[in-house]
Unconditional design. Structure first.
Length: 210
């Protein structure tokens, strides 16, 4: 494992959903100025980053476009056996022992408390740097960020796809063309998303999550 970066701790977040990456990146960047966060949407991209960056901690989703299940962790651990890895997954808690037996330091459910992930990262960072990492609190904005990965983990893959397109500023017609869904289905998905995130309009939803 590489030594910590001179300016603090580099965290690699590996997840195929943009909103989950955004939520975790925002959470840690707002938690401490000692954290540097890099994100990857595939295992291949993560391995490329690890080959070129001094990464200290990895937060890993098991199900990625180019790798599924426990093999994702196995491939990463084989390449970087000394790197602290926490699995953050929507998979059932029953795989906790399996991932830890395969080399993960910790397992967290996406539907769990993000602060537990933060506390674990803080402890790992403190151990690596030899000094305690100060934490920052940002009130309501921080509370919204805390809920983002959990809220996204309860969405179906197609709902997440539509949500990411909405946040990219795409119209319903654009979303129809991108996804192959009918206009009525897209409108239904958007309505479900507004209810899910307690947003009163499309603009409000974008403001909440961007």
């Amino acid at each position: 494992m590489d030594n910590p970066a001179p300016n603090g701790i580099t965290i690699l977040v590996v997840d195929d959903h943009e909103l989950v990456r955004f939520g975790l990146e925002s959470y840690f960047k707002s938690s401490s100025s000692s954290y540097r966060v890099i994100v990857a949407g595939t295992l291949g991209k993560a391995l490329d980053i690890l080959a070129s960056e001094s990464v200290c901690i990895v937060l890993l989703d098991l199900n990625l476009p180019d790798s599924k299940g426990l093999s994702t962790l196995a491939l990463l651990h084989r390449a970087y056996p000394e790197l602290p890895v926490a699995v953050i997954s929507g998979a059932d808690q029953s795989i906790c022992e399996a991932v830890e037996a395969m080399g993960a330091v910790k397992f967290f459910s996406k539907s769990g408390d993000l602060d537990q992930v933060g506390q674990w990262v803080q402890q790992q960072a403190t151990n690596l740097l030899g000094v305690e990492i100060p934490q920052q609190v940002n009130g309501l904005h921080q509370a919204q960020l805390d809920r983002l990965p959990q809220a996204c983990s309860r969405l179906l893959p197609r709902q997440l796809e539509v949500l990411e397109l909405v946040l990219a500023g795409k119209s319903n017609q654009d979303i129809c063309q991108s996804t192959g869904l009918s206009l009525g289905t897209v409108k239904n998905y958007v309505s479900i998303l507004l209810l899910h995130f307690q947003a009163n309009s499309r603009g409000h939803l974008i403001t909440l999550l961007k």
